[in-house]
Design a protein around this ligand. Structure first.
Ligand SMILES: NC(=O)c1ccc[n+]([C@@H]2O[C@H](COP(=O)([O-])OP(=O)(O)OC[C@H]3O[C@@H](n4cnc5c(N)ncnc54)[C@H](O)[C@@H]3O)[C@@H](O)[C@H]2O)c1
Length: 350
């Protein structure tokens, strides 16, 4: 289905977006990226790009357009002649970012609605939306050491008990999902929403927990600072596993039904640190727990029954393999002296 398909990846220069672009190009698709590079970067698209003017690059089946998708004219121009949209553009970051940038997170609602409206006007066949585990009610994730797995039906904007997303960022994603169901119901547009759980992997930035911990370990921070007790857990999910769900969901779901893209098994932050120390072969003398920093919910992992049933998907990459790949990438791509000097800013700003 993907060979010669004309695809727009909004936010395609991002961490997840760039891996999605790589996979779609390998499948033979024509891929257009629309990105303002606010957190995404051209260097994530590792191709010998040819530049024309100040905001257009290309290489074989890849086109990159720089622009702000909150500018309707730009959005209208990039959805032209497109069969499938993967909508990943968003103002987003790790816990430190979404906690300190609530207004920016709210503005994602404008961005999403413009993309959906212009897609519908131009007759785009499919839209797949990068939603988030932050759509789930925080009260289901408050128990430290919980074994509860979040099911897709736990978040529903029309339910009195289930509409209670995690911060402004989670609410904006829930509203995006709601809109895509509405576009399907009213116009028959084929839509899907993938609830991404705590992704990690090469090209991610340090506002996210695993990259932050890897950065701190590689600069040999001692005492080694962990945000919170470190007993909070997440189902860290490797980026290629997430890309696989995005592609499968856009093929197999048409009515906006959301699907979890995450693991059912989890690691505490303390366990993640130990795995990183083991791979790097270094251990700090002292660990300091900073209780003033945002920690997010206490416990989060995904029920993947729906992904198995509808998509035939299960995560393939183990924690050991995924952490090793990510550490290798960080070592080969980052200037450790620069990271050391700029760490405070890198942990909060995308
Ligand atoms: N990384 C995760 O763990 C995670 C978890 C859940 C959901 N998501 C979602 O996945 C998507 C990709 O996230 P990511 O972590 O790869 O990186 P990211 O959040 O940095 O990616 C967002 C991309 O959108 C671009 N962008 C932002 N505003 C734009 C605008 N107005 N016009 C054009 N481009 C714009 C950025 O430059 C960037 O390339 C986002 O929608 C995010 O909300 C990510």
């Amino acid at each position: 289905m993907w060979n010669k398909e004309r695809i727009l990846v909004t936010g395609g220069a991002s961490f997840i977006g760039s891996h999605l672009v790589d996979t779609l190009l390998k499948k033979g698709s024509f891929v257009r990226v629309a990105d303002d590079f606010s957190s995404g970067a051209l260097k994530n698209l590792e191709y010998p790009l040819k530049q024309s003017g100040t905001s257009f690059w290309s290489y074989n089946n890849l086109e990159i357009h720089r622009g702000d998708l909150k500018d309707r004219d730009f959005t209208r121009s990039v959805v032209q002649d497109i069969d499938t949209i993967f909508h990943l553009a968003a103002l987003h970051g790790g816990r430190g970012y979404i906690h300190t940038h609530p207004a920016q997170c709210c503005s994602n609602m404008i961005l999403d609605q413009l993309v959906f409206e212009e897609a519908q006007r131009k007759g785009t066949n499919r839209v797949c939306f990068a939603s988030s585990a932050c759509v789930y009610p925080a009260y289901l994730q408050e128990e430290t050491g919980s074994s509860y797995l979040l099911k897709e039906d736990d978040a529903n904007p029309f339910s009195r008990d289930k509409a209670f997303a995690d911060l402004e960022y989670g609410w904006a994603k829930l509203m995006g999902e709601m809109a895509l169901k509405a576009y399907h119901r009213q116009y028959g547009m084929k839509t899907s929403a993938v609830r991404i759980f705590t992704a990690y992997g090469p090209r991610e930035n340090e506002t996210h927990a695993i990259m932050a911990l890897i950065a701190k370990a590689l600069i040999k921070m001692d005492p080694f600072v962990i945000w919170g007790t470190g007993d909070q857990d997440r189902n860290f999910t490797y980026v290629q596993d997430i890309v696989d769900v995005l592609i499968l969901a856009s093929m197999k779901i048409e009515d906006g039904t959301p699907v979890n893209s995450g693991r059912p098994d989890r690691l505490t932050i303390n366990q993640a640190c130990q795995l990183i120390f083991k791979i790097i072969g270094w251990h700090p003398k002292k660990i300091k727990r900073d209780m003033t920093k945002p920690q997010g919910v206490a416990s989060r992992a995904a029920d993947i029954t729906r992904a198995i049933k509808i998509l035939g998907w299960k995560p393939k990459v183990s924690y050991e393999e995924g952490f090793q790949n990510t550490i290798n990438w960080y070592r080969n791509h980052k200037d450790i002296n620069y990271v050391q000097k700029n760490l405070d800013r890198l942990l909060l700003e995308r």
